[in-house]
Design a protein around this ligand. Structure first.
Ligand SMILES: *Cc1c(COP(=O)(O)O)cnc(C)c1O
Ligand code: SF4
Length: 470
């Protein structure tokens, strides 16, 4: 294979002719009652189950949208928003819209809204600073043992709440051979990476053969233990989950899937069948929901979603607080709403059905789990806990004190985390470059103290501690 071939295959949406009018998918789908949507008739068409047909017939323009949903004709603002943030809705996903207004979760997640143009200054195009943690183009290496490979910028449906609004959908292209080679070289040089998440965009919009090239390349790195694929295809274009695809994926085990259901309305016979195919091919499926205002921000909807997911063998994995991404302000809830939901789920639902609620923090701070407080109080002899009912109990601690856990290499290398401090292997984590630190360093220099406290303060502390046997 050569670069050109791979690129060509990629940009034409996977060996398909570009979207055209040759398939007049929209002419027979007019709904007559304003505000309600009739399921598009091609559902009966034999092509409905062909994922390439679904891709070719995505709703991409305001015109196509209003052909589908005439009641939106008075809403020309949609066109302006779609110019800034691309729109694509598969006919399948559009068929899940029951009402073309903000009461409909599928509508809200797929049809552009004027509020996307809100841009308060605390919102950023790349709030997670993924670009800063990219050692080679297309690979985000933030956590020591995991890396995220951005395989393509294309998705079958562009979620209005997407965290990668800065990349998704502008070009619809995927990584080329030289980028893929650079990524595998990096992975080979960094054997600490054990887990590669193939993401995008949506990698399952690529042809099976292209996706296979990426999987084979990642699998060729001996230090990679597991491969994960992040995809919304089971939700927005379940027709993509073909036997051909699952057979290919299962050659590269262990492969895990993370998908993205946000609302019970997305669980349909089609999406359930897609998940069953994946699970039957030995691909464990996790779900990453985003907490979205007006969509799934009540405890009751979240309970229904989590229950429905485990029924189709999808394990609720993460519930994400909405990121500080430009264009999604109208979807954000306070963090307290997420905590309220977690409070509600615990005790009502099996632990198997309860996701971890995380805030993916600005400045590349990464994912931070957030929970209600269950520890009421503690003393050296007892920990006081409360359960979801409000019952308060003590847990007597063992009479014999515990031996200390052994230090990790982080403490010795001068890069301790909170665990190193808690376990007594490091005595402090100090912000570097604060005014106070600089003043202290300057005073030391004045006093003729040669030991430099800044910026190697942690290293210094660590060496002092190990000298003192602490
Ligand atoms: C979320 C994420 C991962 C995977 O994290 P898990 O908690 O293991 O699911 C890896 N890299 C980056 C940059 C991420 O944002
Ligand atoms: S599928 Fe994922 S990457 Fe694509 S638009 Fe939705 S959230 Fe963004």
């Amino acid at each position: 294979m050569n670069n050109e071939n791979m690129m060509q295959e990629a940009v034409t949406a996977n060996d398909e002719p570009p979207p055209s009018n040759e398939e007049p998918a929209t002419t027979t789908q007019l709904s007559s009652t304003p505000g309600t949507a009739t399921p598009p008739q091609p559902r009966q068409s034999p092509k409905w189950n062909d994922w390439r047909w679904q891709i070719r017939n995505r709703i991409r323009t305001y015109k196509e949208l209003t052909d589908f949903f005439p009641s939106l004709r008075s809403n020309a603002g949609i066109a302006r928003v779609a110019e800034k943030y691309p729109m694509a809705i598969t006919p399948y996903y559009a068929s899940l819209i029951k009402s073309t207004d903000l009461s409909d979760p599928v509508y809200q997640m797929s049809v552009p809204q004027g509020q996307e143009l809100l841009a308060p200054d605390f919102l950023h195009a790349d709030p997670l600073e993924e670009e800063e943690d990219m050692p080679v183009p297309g690979l985000v290496h933030r956590y020591r043992d995991r890396a995220l490979l951005m395989a393509t910028t294309m998705c079958s449906m562009y979620c209005r709440h997407c965290t990668r609004k800065r990349v998704a959908g502008y070009q619809e292209s995927c990584i080329d051979v030289s980028q893929l080679n650079a990524i595998t070289d990096y992975l080979r040089a960094h054997p600490e990476v054990k887990d590669v998440v193939i993401s995008g965009g949506d990698p399952m919009t690529m042809s099976t053969s292209l996706l296979e090239r990426i999987l084979a390349a990642v699998r060729s790195v001996p230090s990679v233990d597991i491969i994960r694929i992040g995809t919304r295809v089971p939700v927005v274009m379940p027709q993509r989950i073909t036997n051909e695809l699952t057979t290919m994926l299962s050659k590269y085990h262990p492969v895990w899937i993370n998908t993205h259901f946000n609302h019970p309305n997305e669980i349909t016979p089609e999406s359930a069948a897609a998940c069953a195919k994946l699970a039957n091919a030995g691909l464990p499926i996790g779900n990453q929901s985003v907490l979205l205002r007006g969509i799934n921000d009540t405890p009751q909807v979240m309970e229904e979603l989590c229950r429905a997911l485990v029924k189709i063998r999808v394990r609720p994995y993460y519930l994400f607080q909405c990121d500080l991404v430009r264009g999604v302000e109208h979807f954000r809830t306070p963090i307290s709403r997420g905590i309220e939901i977690m409070e509600y789920l615990r005790g009502r639902l099996s632990g198997l059905a309860i996701p971890t609620y995380v805030v993916d923090t600005p400045h590349g701070g990464g994912k931070i789990p957030v929970l209600p407080n269950y520890i009421i109080s503690s003393s050296p002899s007892h920990t006081v806990l409360r359960n979801f009912e409000g019952m308060i109990m003590n847990y007597p601690e063992p009479m014999e004190p515990m031996p200390r856990t052994p230090p990790s290499t982080n403490a010795r290398s001068g890069s301790p985390g909170v665990w190193e401090v808690a376990a007594g292997h490091s005595s402090a984590i100090t912000p570097s470059g604060s005014h106070r630190q600089k003043r202290r360093a300057a005073r030391k220099v004045q006093r003729g103290d040669t030991s430099q406290q800044h910026p190697e303060f942690n290293l210094l502390l660590e060496s002092l501690m190990s000298e003192g046997g602490g």
